[in-house]
Design a protein around this ligand. Structure first.
Ligand code: GDP
Length: 598
């Protein structure tokens, strides 16, 4: 590259970087970056992280020489399936990684005993005597079992867990699935399993209410096996612990099983590393200001640290543990209640320590900007109608499509009939045709190549929809082939011959006719509905018959030239080529717009 005399610019790239950040660093559009990546066979969306090597290749393509920078990624931007905090821990030097307590969340169907179980564990295992055995409700607590700490998230139910997952940050290492032995696997049990699986978190079953006379352990195991949780005693790998939360039976076995699962799961963090974690819950207290429970996931959080969470930040003034005791430091897997944030963050927001309040403000400012940009991008969805404008501007000479269909048997006829459609010199270019639902990759391809995504008997998954919104990609779904082809045909016709659409602005009635030497006759009118605009099209109607069509040449209100006159006001109107007005004539004003047929 230096051979042709072009000077390369330098760019520092961290070990991993999102497409958005890379584009920003090079002052390029993310789509350009996505295109360069496609050229080297990498499919990535704007929020996806790529590694340094890949980023360096793209940077070189775009005239930059890359050097590696120490990572300082903005944690909010991440939406990958593996939470960023986990990946950041994986990036810590192996020699610094230490075991940390597992973070456990309890899920299950309503009334199966989640709250009772959390209370039972807290009362039997939280070291009493300390601080009078009082535990504060801060949304999480820790218990000790044979010298090992376990952190429990104390907000049963799916809401908190789902909120965390929605932000790509599932905070739990282990899910304890509570299933009542007298009720069995129920809809929310299945939902919980789906969440845990999607978050790749191991599941442990607490079969509760075994004291109930109608408890049927074998039936529950059978049902568990049916949803893919094969009990270990049947040769599967799901530990099922029979308990009675009410009678506080089997709790030690459950804790033992948690430790066992944790030992298999390599639950590690670097206590000296970058300080990151998740917001468990938060509230505004009249006296104390914003109180937030943070779960530290890596590093050690200290009083006096500046943290940012979502779009809020602050210097931590005070820190308490779940006993309500003041503490100064909190290592990995420790839940703490903190004071000092400027505003209430959301459950599931990630937090990170930054060095100064100034840095915090800058990062938050950038986040706001990204959000605004996303909102603007949303408005510029590339529709079939807008393709027409691009065609007019000479931008687009073909209609590019990505076609997805349910089965091969419908894909072929669709592709064939689309290829048969011809309209003048505009052609259809099918970039990609495949069976299956519309996914993120399809949207990326469409965004990078200004195409529209057509689906036949398929759905667009939620990630795809989200990306389509931010990238401004139009998705059109059909269930009948001829509707699909008809629509495309219409769109192409629209491109060639935009329809003229007339919109009536208003009417005025002629009440007097004045003669002005320079202009000829002027109609003195009263606007009866809508408005009359200067330069609008007009037609003059006498007893329902059109006498003349032209433009509003002059429009006066009193003696002044005006742009528009609204209902109820008087005005003087003249038009070129006609001045034979009579009292009682109706002047209709309208505008004509060119629109492509959608
Ligand atoms: P959640 O909706 O899953 O949080 O369920 P709860 O903890 O509120 O429990 C629902 C009901 O089941 C309450 O009336 C509990 O007392 C009762 N319950 C919970 N665990 C047990 C148990 O082990 N045995 C019996 N017999 N009842 C229980």
């Amino acid at each position: 590259m230096s051979g042709n005399g072009l000077k390369t610019k330098n760019i520092e790239i961290p070990a991993t970087i999102t497409i958005r950040d890379l584009a920003h660093a090079m002052d390029a559009s993310p789509i350009e970056v996505i295109k360069s990546l496609m050229a080297i066979g990498v499919m990535a969306n704007i929020n996806q992280q790529i590694d340094y090597d890949t980023a360096a290749v793209v940077a070189a393509e775009m005239g930059y020489e890359a050097t590696m920078e120490t990572p300082e990624a903005d944690i909010e931007e991440d939406q990958g399936e593996i939470p960023l905090w986990r990946r950041m821990i994986a990036n810590e030097p192996t020699s610094e990684l230490k075991n940390r307590p597992p973070v456990v969340t309890i899920l299950g169907h309503v009334d199966h005993g989640k709250t009772t179980l959390l209370d039972a564990i807290r009362h039997t295992n939280v070291a009493e005597g300390e601080a009078g055995g009082i535990t504060q409700h801060i949304g999480a607590y820790q218990v000790e079992h044979n010298g090992r700490l376990i952190t429990f998230l104390d907000t049963p139910g799916h809401a908190a867990f789902t909120a965390m997952r929605a932000r790509g940050a599932s905070g739990a290492d282990i899910v304890v699935l509570v299933v009542a032995a007298d009720d069995g696997v129920m809809p929310q049990t299945k939902e919980a399993v789906a969440h845990a699986r999607a978050a790749k978190v191991p599941i442990l079953v607490a079969m509760n209410k075994i004291d109930r006379p109608n408890a049927d352990r074998d039936r529950v195991k059978q049902q568990l096996a049916e949803i893919g949780l094969i009990p270990d005693e049947w040769g599967g790998d799901t530990i099922v612990v029979p308990i009675s939360a009410k009678q506080r039976k089997g709790l030690e076995d459950l804790l033992e099983a948690i430790v066992l699962v944790a030992d298999n799961a390599e639950i590690l963090a670097n206590p000296k590393g970058k300080v990151i974690g998740t917001v468990i819950e938060s509230e505004r207290d009249r006296a104390k200001g914003v109180l937030a429970t943070l779960l530290v996931q890596n590093g050690t959080l200290e009083v006096g640290d500046v943290v940012i969470c979502g779009s809020t930040y602050g210097r931590l003034r005070n820190m308490f543990d779940y006993h309500g005791r003041h503490i100064r430091k909190a290592g990995p897997s420790t839940p703490v209640s903190v004071m000092g944030l400027s505003d209430v963050p959301q459950s599931g927001d990630l937090f990170q320590k930054v060095e100064t309040e100034r840095e915090a403000k800058t990062i938050i400012g950038e986040r706001m900007l990204v959000k605004q940009q996303a909102a603007t991008a949303q408005k510029s969805t590339l529709t079939l109608e807008q393709l027409f404008d691009r065609f007019q501007a000479g931008d687009v000479r073909e209609l590019r499509l990505i076609v997805k269909a349910d089965v091969q048997g419908s894909l072929e006829p669709i592709v064939n009939s689309l290829n048969d459609i011809k309209q003048g010199d505009i052609k259809i270019n099918i970039l990609h045709a495949e069976t299956g639902n519309i996914g993120e990759n399809d949207i990326m391809l469409a965004a990078a190549s200004k195409a529209i995504v057509i689906g036949f008997n398929v759905l667009a998954d939620s990630n795809a929809r989200r990306l389509a919104e931010t990238e401004g990609v139009s998705i059109r779904l059909y269930e009948i082939i001829y509707r699909l082809t008809e629509d495309i045909e219409k769109a192409l016709k629209g491109m060639l011959e935009p329809e003229e659409k007339e919109t009536t602005l208003g009417h005025a009635e002629v009440r007097a006719v004045f003669h002005i030497s320079k202009l000829g006759n002027i109609a003195g009118c009263r606007v009866t509905d809508g408005e009359i605009r200067r330069n609008a099209r007009l037609r003059i109607l006498r007893r329902g018959e059109v006498l003349h069509e032209g433009n509003v040449t002059t429009l006066k209100h009193l003696q002044d030239d005006v742009r528009e006159v609204k209902t109820g006001f008087d005005c003087g109107i003249s038009t070129k080529g006609f001045d034979n007005f009579e009292v009682g004539d109706i002047i209709e004003a309208y505008i004509v717009e060119k629109v492509a047929v959608a």
